[in-house]
Design a protein around this ligand. Structure first.
Ligand code: ZN
Ligand code: ZN
Length: 605
C-alpha cells in the first residue's frame, strides 16, 4: 500500500530562525513549531499563515489538527500568540511541562521589548499570551498522547535546553520524527538526546552545525576561560551575551568553579529578572537536567552561585574589570545590546559570542567582521573591542546528526534549521553513508514522500503447513514467493487468510468446483497398464512429498484431487488425460510440463 506524507516549511527552510513546518500525514495536518525570526522586524519575522488558510479571515482551526512546540526558544515559539489569538487557532498545542512553564515568560519578555521599547503597534498583548497558553496541553517524556483516534505523538529527550523534546508523530503505520533543536552530547547541566529505533518514514532534523565537527569540549572550555582571564587581568570588561536559559547556566557553572580554583576577585554579574526565574525553573524541573546535577543538587544548589552577582544597569560605567552575562544572546535588542554599545569603542574590552547568531542581528554582523555599525539614530558605532566566538550552542554537530540517524533508522531525512550551502555537504554524506533520500526544501516549497507499507494479515498455522507440504518448502521464505490458496477475510480491523472451505462454511454457501483437464498424446505403444505404470513411477520420483495413489484401472491420483488417466488400445499410441481442481493449479501445470518434457516418455509428433 502506498500513500503520501507532505511537508512544507513556512520557516527554517534553508534558514535558521522562524521554525514552522507544516506536515500532512495520514490525512492529518500538523504544525511543527511556530517561531519568530530574530533577523527581521517587519512581517517576515512571523510565518506566513495565509499559506494555510484559503480565504482571508478564515481561521486556522479548520485546517490544523494540532500544533507541536519543540522547546521554548523564540525561534520555535515566538509567533504562537500571534497565530492562535490574532490569526485564529483554537485547537490543541502540545509541549512538555518545562516548555509550558517557561514559554510564556519569554513571550512576555519579547512582547515588552517590541511594544514598550520599540513602540510597535498591532502586536500581541499579555492577555493574548495568557489565552494562548490556555490552549496548551502539556506532555510527559515517553508518554504516548492520543491527539485523536488516529493521530498519536510521543516526546523524547532532546538535551539542548530545559524541556526540549523531539516528537515521534504517528498515524496508522506512517510516522515522522521532528527533532526541534537537540544535542547528542551531554553537558554540565543537561543530558544527551536519545530516541528509540522507531524507523520513521521521515526524520526532520535541525542542521545548524551541518558542516562542523566540533573540537573537544574540554579544549573549548579551556580556551574560553583563558580568554576571559586574560582580558580581565589587563583590566578589560568581558560581555557574554546569552539566552536566559541554556548556555547561560552552563557557562556560569564553568566560570564559578574556575574563579574558585584560581582565587580571582574580579566581579561576575548576571542580568537579573529572567535569570532568577530561569534558576527557579531548573529547580522545579530538576528531573530534566543531567544525572550529575541531580546528584549534587542534594548537597548544594548548582544554580545558586557564590561569585556571580545580580547586575544593575548603573554598573555599566563602573571602572575596572568585570564579566557580565546579559540577554539576549544575539545582541539584537535589550540589555546585552545596550552594554555592547557602551563597551564597543574600547579595545581593552571583549565580547564573547557563545552561540549561533541569526543573519540580520548585531551579533551576526560583528562575527562577520563588521567594525562600524549604524545605530537606529543614524550614528556610527566604532567596534574596537575584541570579538570572540566560542561555540557553546547545544546543537548537534554533523557527527551528532549522523548518530541520531543511526539511532532511529529513518527511511528519509529532511534538513531544516540550517544554511543551504552547509546542508548540501551533510545531504551528500547522509545519502552516501545510509543510502537513503535526503531533502532540504526552501520556505514555501513542498516535499512529497511516498511511503510503502505492508498490510499485516494473520494466517492460521495449519493452512501454512498444508501449503508448505504441497511445495516442500519451509514457511516462510521471502526470496521464494509462492501462491497461497485461501480466502481473505476482514474481521473488525484485522485481516485474516483462512481455508476457503471454512470461509464458505461460515458464509453458508456451497463450494463451486472448477476442474481443468488437458490431454497429452504419447508414443508408448505397449500395453496400456505398462504405460500407466511408467507414468506412475515417473510422477512418484519427481513429486516425493505428495501422497500419490495408483489403482488397478490405470488411474493415478495425487493429493486426492489431481487425476491422471492413461487410455488407448494396447500396441498403439496412448493419450494421457490430466485433470485438476482450481486449487491445485500449480500441481496441474507442473504435471503437464513433466509429461511433455521428460525424456523417458516418447512424445507424439
Ligand atoms: Zn533552540
Ligand atoms: Zn532553534
Amino acid at each position: 500500500m502506498t500513500s503520501e506524507i507532505k511537508i512544507t516549511p513556512l520557516g527554517a527552510g534553508q534558514d535558521v530562525g522562524r521554525s514552522c513546518i507544516l506536515l500532512t500525514i495520514g490525512g492529518k495536518n500538523l504544525m511543527l513549531d511556530c517561531g519568530m525570526h530574530m533577523g527581521y522586524n517587519d512581517e517576515r519575522r512571523f510565518p506566513d499563515f495565509s499559506y494555510i488558510t484559503n480565504e482571508e479571515n478564515e481561521r486556522l482551526t479548520e485546517h490544523l489538527d494540532c500544533v507541536i512546540i519543540s522547546h521554548f526558544h523564540l525561534d520555535h515559539c515566538g509567533a504562537l500568540p500571534y497565530m492562535s489569538e490574532m490569526v485564529g487557532y483554537d485547537g490543541p498545542i502540545y509541549m512538555t511541562h518545562p516548555t509550558k512553564a517557561i514559554c510564556p515568560i519569554l513571550l512576555e519578555d519579547y512582547r515588552k521589548i517590541t511594544v514598550e521599547r520599540k513602540g510597535e503597534e498591532n502586536f500581541f498583548t499579555s492577555e493574548m499570551i495568557k489565552n494562548c497558553m490556555k490552549k496548551v496541553v502539556a506532555v510527559n517524556l515517553h508518554e504516548t498522547k492520543q491527539v485523536d483516534e488516529e493521530l498519536e505523538i510521543k516526546p523524547y529527550y532532546a538535551g539542548h535546553v530545559l524541556g526540549a523534546a523531539m516528537f515521534h508523530i504517528k498515524v496508522g503505520q506512517q510516522s515522522v520524527v521532528y527533532t526541534g533543536d537537540y544535542n547528542m552530547t551531554p553537558d554540565r547541566h543537561l543530558g544527551a538526546a536519545w530516541i528509540d529505533k522507531c524507523r520513521p518514514d521521515l526524520l526532520i532534523t535541525e542542521s545548524t552545525y551541518a558542516t562542523t565537527i566540533r573540537d573537544s569540549k574540554r579544549c573549548r572550555e579551556r580556551d574560553f576561560l583563558k580568554k576571559v582571564h586574560d582580558c580581565v587581568e589587563k583590566g578589560g570588561k568581558v560581555l557574554i551575551p546569552v539566552f536566559a536559559l541554556g548556555r547561560a547556566q552552563e557557562l556560569c557553572i564553568l566560570l564559578e568553579s574556575y574563579w574558585d580554583r584560581m582565587n580571582i576577585k574580579v566581579p561576575i554579574y548576571f542580568s537579573l529578572g529572567l535569570t532568577e526565574k530561569a534558576n527557579h525553573y531548573y529547580k522545579l524541573f530538576i528531573t530534566w537536567t543531567s544525572q550529575k546535577i541531580k546528584k549534587t543538587f542534594v548537597q548544594r544548589n548548582m544554580f545558586e552561585f557564590k561569585h556571580i552577582k545580580p547586575f544593575d544597569r548603573a554598573y555599566i560605567d563602573n571602572p575596572g574589570p568585570m564579566v557580565v552575562f546579559a540577554t539576549p544572546g544575539m545582541l539584537h535588542a535589550g540589555l546585552s545590546l545596550q552594554i555592547f554599545k557602551r563597551w564597543a569603542p574600547n579595545d581593552h574590552n571583549m565580547v564573547i559570542m557563545p552561540g549561533y547568531c541569526v543573519a540580520g542581528t548585531v551579533g551576526h554582523k560583528i562575527l562577520n567582521g563588521a567594525r562600524k555599525l549604524e545605530l537606529e539614530n543614524k550614528q556610527i558605532l566604532d567596534v574596537k573591542l575584541s570579538v570572540q566566538y566560542m561555540s557553546f550552542s547545544a546543537h548537534a554537530d554533523a557527527k551528532g546528526i549522523m548518530q541520531l540517524i543511526s539511532q532511529c533508522e529513518p527511511r528519509n531525512v529532511m534538513l531544516v534549521h540550517g544554511e543551504a550551502a552547509k546542508m548540501d555537504f551533510l545531504k551528500n554524506k547522509i545519502q552516501q553513508e545510509f543510502g537513503i533520500d535526503c531533502y532540504k526544501p526552501a520556505n514555501g516549497e513542498t516535499v512529497t514522500i511516498e511511503t510503502i507499507h505492508n498490510i499485516q494479515v494473520d494466517i492460521p498455522l495449519p493452512l501454512l503447513k498444508r501449503e508448505a507440504s504441497k511445495t516442500g518448502l519451509l514457511p516462510p521464505d521471502v526470496k521464494r514467493p509462492r501462491v497461497l490458496h485461501g480466502a481473505l477475510v476482514m474481521r473488525g480491523n484485522r485481516l485474516q487468510i483462512i481455508d476457503p472451505s471454512q470461509a464458505l462454511k461460515e458464509m453458508g454457501v456451497d463450494e463451486h468446483h472448477l476442474r481443468f483437464t488437458s490431454t497429452i498424446a504419447i508414443e508408448e505403444d505397449g500395453p496400456t497398464n505398462k504405460a500407466a505404470e511408467k507414468i506412475y513411477q515417473l510422477v512418484k520420483r519427481k513429486m516425493k512429498d505428495f501422497p500419490i495413489h495408483y489403482s488397478s484401472d490405470g488411474s493415478i491420483s495425487i493429493s486426492d484431487s489431481v487425476l491422471i488417466q492413461v487410455s488407448g488400445d494396447d500396441d498403439e499410441a496412448k493419450s494421457v488425460l490430466v485433470s485438476w481442481s482450481h486449487q491445485d493449479e500449480d500441481i496441474g501445470s507442473f504435471l503437464l510440463q513433466l509429461l511433455r518434457e521428460d525424456p523417458s516418455l516418447v512424445q507424439a509428433v
